[in-house]
Design a protein around this ligand. Structure first.
Ligand code: NAP
Ligand code: ZN
Length: 349
């Protein structure tokens, strides 16, 4: 057991503040690491404010972790002290159900263990995330980072925002010749634009913030639509093969369903506090359109995504913050004012 410095929320209304937590002693299959950088995901905010009504306090968020290995158990073979590694949204799963057998640990039938706010396998102790000095993680949930050391802060967001967009883009076979929409230019959305463009798709970005137009084009979108403008939306009716919706708030899905081609799919990854209004069934049945959902990605696919991003020179566009600026970062996130991911430099803890 060791004591880690961390930032925690102690109630849905309390600001995050310094808090010491316990980390387990690394077991035979564990990797211990110092956290170098941790990205700030909207899920961190949903959790600490208890918007999904499942928060356990104290809550230490953070699931976009890049760290340096400080110790390994005697059965660990992939990593050694000094290696740069990543940890995303999961730190464990049952390892024997059908989902785990297919490298889809995020859909573990027995419940994957989230990096934070989740019962640890075996002990049931609450997990604490990356807003902390160090963390101990089972080897099979640790990722290899091959980006340059100078990029590490901008690599951290790949561990959630990257994989959450990469996985559905792969699952729905996005590629050249396809028209793909990304809804929302925040942390997830900006990674979705970059990755879908790298996969060769014609990317159209939908935003509620007209001021993000130039940025979206720079990030790889070929067209930008301000979704509040009905004329701009109507010009794209029945034309999309696939739409990835990353919006963190409840909104009308019908406006986007109307833009899908026959047999087109809109996949929801945004997880808002309040439910979306129920879509109009005629929008779906008339052209056999589909609405789907997707949760992060499995460990094998997360490694594939990290390697894909390293090959294509993809990292996140980030603003680095000190740990004690987290509440200001959350406030800006709530105003859709993130360009395009906050990353905490954990040396400031
Ligand atoms: P974020 O950085 O805050 O970005 C969300 C974006 O949604 C905003 O930048 C904004 O983009 C748009 N938006 C916000 N409020 C809106 C509104 N009322 N109407 C329309 N658009 C609005 O959040 P994030 O970190 O990317 O996360 C997005 C969502 O995905 C969150 O709910 C998060 O919990 C969820 N998530 C899900 C998974 C999964 O596995 N499924 C994984 C990670 C995160 P514009 O300014 O461009 O409109
Ligand atoms: Zn996340």
């Amino acid at each position: 057991m060791s004591i880690a410095k961390a930032y925690a929320a102690t109630s849905p209304t309390a600001a995050l503040a310094p808090h010491n937590i316990e980390r387990r002693r690394p077991g035979a299959q564990d990797v211990a690491m110092d956290v170098l950088y941790c990205g700030v995901c909207h899920s961190d905010l949903h959790t600490v404010r208890n918007e999904w009504q499942n928060a356990i306090y104290p809550a230490v968020p953070g699931h976009e972790i890049v760290g340096r290995v400080t110790a390994v158990g005697n059965l660990v073979s992939k990593y050694k002290v000094g290696d740069i590694v990543g940890v995303g949204c999961m730190v464990d799963s049952c390892q024997h159900c059908s989902a785990c057998a297919e490298d889809l640990e995020q859909y573990c039938d027995n419940g994957m263990t989230g990096t934070y706010n989740s019962p640890e396998q075996g002990t049931g102790a609450n997990t604490y995330g990356g807003y902390s000095s160090h963390i101990v993680v089972r080897e099979s949930f640790v990722l290899k980072v091959s980006h340059a050391e100078s990029d590490l802060a901008a690599v951290a967001p790949l561990l959630c925002a990257g994989i959450t967009t990469y996985s559905p883009l792969r699952q729905w076979k996005v590629g050249p010749g396809q028209k793909v929409g990304i809804v929302g230019l925040g942390g997830l959305g900006h990674m979705g634009v970059k990755i879908a463009a790298a996969m060769g798709a014609h990317v159209v970005l939908f935003t509620t913030s007209a001021s993000k137009r130039e940025d979206a084009l720079r990030l790889g979108a070929k067209e930008v639509v301000v979704s509040k403008n009905a004329d701009e939306m109507a010009a794209h009716a029945n034309s999309f093969d696939f739409i990835l919706n990353t919006v963190a708030a409840s909104h009308n899905l019908d406006d986007f369903i109307a833009l899908l081609k026959r047999d087109g799919t809109m996949t929801l990854v945004g997880a808002p506090e309040h439910a979306h209004p129920s879509p109009n069934v005629f929008g779906l049945i008339m052209r056999r359109r589909r609405i789907a959902g997707s949760l992060i990605g499995g460990i094998r696919e997360t490694q594939e995504m990290l390697d894909f991003c390293a090959q294509h020179g993809i990292t996140a566009d980030i603003e680095t913050i000190a740990m004690d600026q987290i509440e200001a970062a959350y406030a800006r996130m709530l105003k859709s004012d993130v360009k395009y991911r906050f990353v905490i430099d954990m040396a400031t803890l």
